[in-house]
Design a protein around this ligand. Structure first.
Ligand code: SF4
Length: 429
């Protein structure tokens, strides 16, 4: 693995964005804390801008519709294996991408993925969102090669000086020092055991994990300290770590949520191109359940007129595989996600795109980029109620009742647990 330093990443102190929430959840839309340091007069181009787009104009003002297919000189080349079909300007950068105006030759339309090592000073993030059922999260990777077009985490890539279009899925930041940082945190006197979500923002089992094993090493640390962890993924690679998961499970320290959007492989290939297939994820649920590891399924997100008709069969398949529950999240398009999703929808489903976009907005009181806590993931309105009714029915038909799972926080062996036991002993004495 070659460590590539974009021109300025090497010189900045890399720290976590102020707020990162949920693999399928939104981050607050603030610039990276070091953005000004990195871009003192806000006119610096993206480090790879010239290399990638020598022919682009500077300073052109983009519009919300700047990514719509060109009606000009020729057809665009569809980038197979990518969700986003274009770059989009980072709102914190002055320069903007305008590739809707030109026809790229095939070789320029392909974007090789770059892996970039970063060195954060801390790795455990406090989750501020009341919509996310964890207080803490860890993100061993930023950006996600899975490339789901609807991914809410895309916005967070702008913190790091990249764009949330193609950059998000082709400029992957990785944190090799994450296991050491986690260990340091768990050893700290003030840390009290509390389930940590892996990961809060992007998928911990994205393709690079196969080689780097950062997530696996994190799980080893959790096991060593008998600390609870919850995992969310769209990749069956999690089964590689079944040996550790089984050990964690002996102490009631782990739960898994597998996110499954569709069982239609043709749709999956364009919607979330580098994830495992829906059926592979169902098999993953089955393997985890067969090993008594508490596993649930998230149908995240439900996109009207795309996968909304799959609720009943998907809940049935998940229940038969042994999922304890199936939870829906209604699609919303926060920040610039609306632009890249709209572009993708018109390219892939020109006849339905308008309807899909309209229904997403209607599911959020007319605002596709709904950011209201409590409402943004559940949605509202007639269509959404119909979806929740279907879930209710499907759960009643297929899901077996399960005892509520709670992580065990009492076996933690870190510093604070020693302090606590010393304190308790003193009290008893
Ligand atoms: S798996 Fe998909 S939804 Fe989850 S972080 Fe990666 S791109 Fe986003």
């Amino acid at each position: 693995m070659k460590t590539i330093y974009p021109r300025s990443v090497k010189h900045i102190r890399v720290s976590e964005p102020a707020e990162e929430q949920g693999c399928h959840e939104q981050s607050s839309h603030e610039p990276h804390p070091n953005f000004n340091e990195r871009h003192p007069n806000s006119t610096e181009q993206h480090p790879n801008f010239n290399e990638r787009h020598p022919e682009f104009n500077e300073g052109r003002e983009g519009t919300r519709h700047s990514l719509k297919p060109s009606t000009g000189s020729g057809a665009r080349i569809y980038r197979k294996g990518r969700g986003a079909q274009s770059d989009i300007h980072n709102p914190f950068e002055k320069n903007r991408y305008v590739d809707w105006e030109i026809d790229l030759p095939k070789d320029q339309s392909e974007r090789k993925t770059q892996y970039i090592e970063v060195f954060p000073k801390s790795i455990v993030n406090k989750v501020e969102s009341p919509d996310v059922p964890s207080d803490y999260s860890i993100n061993p990777y930023q950006g996600c090669e899975h490339g789901c077009i609807y991914c809410y985490a895309r916005n967070s890539h702008t913190f790091w000086g990249y764009n949330m279009g193609l950059d998000f899925e082709s400029r992957i930041l990785y944190k090799s020092n994450a296991p050491e940082l986690l260990e340091k945190k768990l050893q700290s006197k003030n840390w009290v055991a509390n389930p940590i979500m892996l990961s809060g923002n992007t998928d911990p089992y994205q393709p690079l994990e196969y080689k780097l094993k950062i997530t696996r090493k994190l799980l080893e640390v959790f096991l060593e300290y008998k600390h609870p962890v919850s995992i969310i993924t769209k990749n069956s690679m999690i089964l590689r770590d079944l040996d550790i998961l089984k050990e964690l499970n002996k102490h009631r320290l782990v739960s898994v949520a597998v996110s499954i959007t569709t069982l239609n492989e043709k749709l999956r290939q364009v919607l979330e191109p580098k994830t495992a297939s829906g059926h592979a994820r169902i098999r993953t649920v089955k393997a985890l359940a067969a090993n008594h590891i508490p596993v649930s399924v998230m149908m995240a997100p439900i996109i009207p007129s795309l996968n909304s008709q799959e609720i009943i069969p998907l809940v049935k398949a998940a229940a038969e595989a042994g999922a304890r529950n199936v939870q829906p999240i209604i699609a919303r398009l926060n920040g610039q996600l609306l632009d890249i999703f709209e572009d993708w929808a018109y390219l892939n489903f020109p006849e339905r795109a308008k309807k899909i976009l309209k229904q997403i907005a209607e599911a959020h009181g007319g605002q596709a980029n709904d950011s209201r806590f409590g409402k943004r993931m559940r949605g509202e309105g007639q269509f959404v109620e119909h979806i929740h009714q279907q879930f209710k029915l499907a759960r009643r038909l297929y899901l077996k009742p399960h005892e509520k799972f709670e992580h065990n926080c009492s076996s933690f062996t870190g510093q604070s647990s020693h302090q606590l036991s010393l304190f308790t002993e003193r009290q008893i004495a």
